[in-house]
Design a protein around this ligand. Sequence first.
Ligand SMILES: Nc1ncnc2c1ncn2[C@@H]1O[C@H](COP(=O)(O)OP(=O)(O)OP(=O)(O)O)[C@@H](O)[C@H]1O
Length: 764
Amino acid sequence: MPIENEEREREAQRVDSVRAHIQQRIIDLGETVDQRRSEATAIGRSFWDDISVNADNDDDLIETAASMAQQEHVLQGQERSYRLAQDALRKLQRVVDAPYFSRIDFRERSEQEREKIYIGLTSFIDAKTDEILIYDWRAPIASLFYDYPPGPATYRTPEMDVSGELMLKRQYIIKAGVLQDVFDTGISIGDEMLQQMLSRSADEKMHSIVTTIQREQNQIIRDDRHKVLVVQGAAGSGKTSVALQRIAYLLYKYRSTLSADNMILFSPNSLFSDYVSHVLPELGEATMQQTTFQDYLTHKLSDIGLKLEDPYDQLEFILTGTEQDPHYAARLQSIQYKTSAAFLSVIEAYGEKLKHGGLRFLDLSVGKKVLITAEELNERFYEKSSILALGERMEQLSEWMLEKLDEIQVDAQKRFYRKMVREPKYLGTEPEMKKMSKIKAHKAIGPLKEKARKLAYVDVLGMYQELYTNKELHQELALRAEQNLPALWETISAFTAEALAGGTLHYEDATPLVYLKGLVEGQLRVGTIRYCLVDEAQDYSPFHYAYLKKLFPRARFTLLGDWNQGIFTHANAHASAAEGKSEYSSISELMKEEETETIRLVKSYRSTREIVDFASSVLPGGEPIEPFSRSGESPRLRRAADETELSRLVAEAAAARRDGGASSIAIICKTERETKSAHVLLKPLVPGLTRITKETLHYEAGVMILPAYLAKGLEFDAVILYDAGAGVYAEAKERKLFYTACTRALHHLDVFFQGELTPFLSND
Ligand SMILES: Nc1ncnc2c1ncn2[C@@H]1O[C@H](COP(=O)(O)OP(=O)(O)OP(=O)(O)O)[C@@H](O)[C@H]1O
């Protein structure tokens, strides 16, 4: 709604006045920061002058220690206040050019006066009058802006719900400190503003959506009632954006008790982590622990010495393999079994059994000499009461080993010394020889102590291997866990045992192995994590979820995914296991948590209406997806006679899109294999073409070529599907992958194919 000139002028003046306040505060804070910095440095320098070091007797020593502690305390206090001032300064410097983005006028039910609430990235209070000139977007009252149109409205504070009337909703575009535009909005948050945001070009980095968060997204961002929050969100519905806004919200709301270290976000890959890395700093928050599950597994398995396959290699195998290959069918079944919750209960049954016998240990030796045998370790271990958990007994065993190794080290030292005295080539004084023999003994036994501390004497891999070499054992455990062995068990166990013996760990074996390791070693819980957020949640298996729940026993979970984009094999297995129930409800059952809420986001903000309609025709009966009202050109389909023509047409399309102003253009192939060969053909035809692989850590705008599964989560101005022929995309397992590829486009989608068009597009 347009605003009359006088009012616009008043708003422009307010922007100037608030900025003047902020600028003054920046000057003041700058001085405070300098002052505190020099105070802290001065205290640091005079630290030793101000404490009386006296070591004559015990009383003096105690006094000296107290004096040091006091000085240290003062120093820490100074440093803390320096850091606080510096943080405050940085925050203001970040917002001074655009101090706020919206205003709401709200009249509480019992009040006469309306309150004007200006909302920005951080709050700002006039030091003289105590008036709140800007409210943080995360303040309780600010939720009115996201949740209601003008009219009756309620917001929630920790103490109570406050109701009243929302009388005005206004938005500002302020750039470089100047008010560029101001308008009042009605039903939802500025369709106008949102339109503007969405019609922009895609960046190589994701941005925050703080000025245009939609009501249903706000509900997820601010939810603090549920222990498990499951979000089924259509492609482009803002799941990733919401996850990051939610992190910023939680850090603000619980700022006195929660820090970024208490949160963990699982991202699909490092390229994606880099893509989203700007959002939290944009919101004024420190970045937090962001990891991929693969990194976590690699870290956990670092001392096992196996080559860990990554999920993309597993996927590549599935996508490029054929049903005719007998190994292929067995591997699929193996993946489905090992990613199921059923297999988790088999591993748990194994853990129970190991309490009474069957643990495997490794000899502890120096060179060829065995110092502590595996049998001795076994005996010692099972001497302990079986009431104790495996981990506790393991800890006691380690303590015993360390004591024993201490004795061995002392003996070794004596032996070395005697040898030096006997053998004339060791010339030296007695203290020198004693010292040398001590060093030698330490060198010999130290690494064994390290092994004892790290529990490296436990043969977890051997125990996992036994699951595949000892059918009776597996059968017994499956029986205890009330599960059946998969039909192709003989083949599965044979190739798994062979891979393990050859030093390769398939991706589907990695989490079960880590879980078994945790059970045996008793290091399964990370109690410090209070919030665990999982993006692309459909890519995690039931086994993963059951495991995460055990790993982070104190955490609340936010799981954001899109079942339509579930491209891993277990996704299909899981869907059928859900027996008609929504897959997400079965995930929440897995989390075994009563306080679970499932929220659906159906509106897609990424792609134009035409692209969304096109993509949803690929998945009839899939999760619903509705376009936000933004129109563009229809996706284009074009057949090529052969591969040479295909590459020529694709290269021309890329050039045309670039000339048309698209800044990021992705040529999407089905697999790594196809990407590689297409890249060879396209390289001479497309200047500056970049190939993205799973090792790529970040990308720049321009033309790139990549397999569909690496494009997941990312977005591009224009997407070119390299070959959507029936020879490439035809099987059921490829449908979701094809859908995922189509939904990466913001404005343009060009689809090329050779021969017949994929049946996914011609099913009319
Ligand atoms: N409220 C909003 N205001 C402005 N832009 C939004 C909003 N919500 C989402 N977007 C934009 O829509 C695009 C898609 O968002 P995002 O990547 O978070 O979706 P997603 O659900 O994680 O997608 P996918 O599952 O397809 O990877 C992004 O460009 C994001 O900035």
